[in-house]
Design a protein around this ligand. Structure first.
Ligand SMILES: C[S@@+](CC[C@H](N)C(=O)[O-])C[C@H]1O[C@@H](n2cnc3c(N)ncnc32)[C@H](O)[C@@H]1O
Length: 290
């Protein structure tokens, strides 16, 4: 069959839709207002390629049409959450920045266990993404109990703005590359392996899953819909996407949910320097509420 019987099919116009400077300015201002996420001009191409998929799904040909829909009352109801799923950066890992989990196991848990008479410890993983952080916290506590031979109840709340990652956190199913390098005995104790050899995955065991509850929460909300206070708050690798005044405001609000003497963790490249907050540094990126 001769090749000239064939032709290259035209790409649907949504693949070619270009995000103009004007549309980018409208979209980035909107994203900053609703989610606090900074979108500097260098991110225009990234935003364009991430949103082209949404345009295809919605059958739209241009960013103008998409922006108008998103900013309409109907769009704010129907599209906002989808758009935030697309624009948020969800990179995370099990045992990411391991010094934090060492500190939890070696300093916080023994002190809390002793002082509280085994009262359950409550931990908030704020911006938990797809769940690796809250399940790492759960594994750390479970290991502490196993090694010390103690019974110690705990609850972990994981929150995030993105419903897509929260669904993944709830399912607790992960591809094999996510557990690469994890010690074998941890894998054996805390993960189940899928029977599907063609598409192997692991799932966190139910004994850990039952301690972790997830809910959607936007740091930009005026008040945080969480009616409890925590012994420990993890808020790592999310504030880098916000400007300094927003960071200070968000940490201030998170501190209202942290018990006095409770611990607060930031990501390794984040800092509270020159912010007026009720936190005292105990290690780099680890703070205590005063
Ligand atoms: C890079 S991940 C960090 C995950 C985890 N804390 C870690 O350190 O591995 C950042 C998370 O912050 C979430 N996020 C971004 N803006 C947010 C907002 N305004 N409110 C709540 N979560 C937000 C994103 O959806 C994403 O899952």
């Amino acid at each position: 069959m001769p090749d000239n019987d064939y032709t290259i099919p035209p790409l649907p116009s949504s693949y070619r839709a270009q995000l103009s400077d004007a549309e980018f300015a409208r979209l980035s201002a909107f994203i900053y207002n609703v989610a606090g996420i900074k979108m500097p001009p260098a991110k225009r191409i990234m935003l364009q390629s991430r949103l082209q998929k949404r345009l295809r799904e919605l059958g739209m040909d241009s960013f103008k049409e998409y922006t108008e829909y998103l900013l309409s009352e109907r769009g704010k109801q129907e599209e906002l959450i989808q758009m935030l799923d697309v624009v948020s950066t969800n990179k995370t890992d099990f045992f990411r920045e391991p010094v934090h989990f060492d500190f939890l196991r070696e300093t916080i848990l023994p002190a809390h266990y002793q002082a509280s008479g085994a009262r359950p410890i409550k931990i908030w993983s704020a911006a938990c993404s797809s769940g690796e952080e809250p399940y790492t916290i759960a594994m750390t506590i479970a290991e502490y109990c196993r090694i010390k031979g103690v019974q110690y109840d705990y609850s972990i709340v994981g929150t995030d703005i993105s419903t897509k990652v929260l669904k993944m956190a709830e399912n607790a199913v992960y591809k094999m590359d996510k557990i690469e390098g994890m010690p074998l005995e941890i894998l054996h104790r805390y993960f189940l392996r899928s029977k599907d050899r063609a598409n192997p995955t692991v799932r966190v065991i139910p004994e850990l899953r039952r301690h972790v509850k997830v809910q959607r929460m936007n740091f930009m909300d005026e008040t945080y819909p969480i009616n409890e206070t925590f012994d420990v708050v993890f808020c790592r690798n999310v504030l880098i996407y916000f400007d300094r005044p927003t960071q200070e405001k968000v940490i201030g609000k998170l501190c209202t949910k942290l018990k006095q003497g409770g611990y607060f963790f930031l990501g390794h490249s984040e800092s509270i320097m020159n912010m007026s907050l009720p936190l005292q540094a105990v290690r780099p990126t680890i703070f205590r509420k005063i």
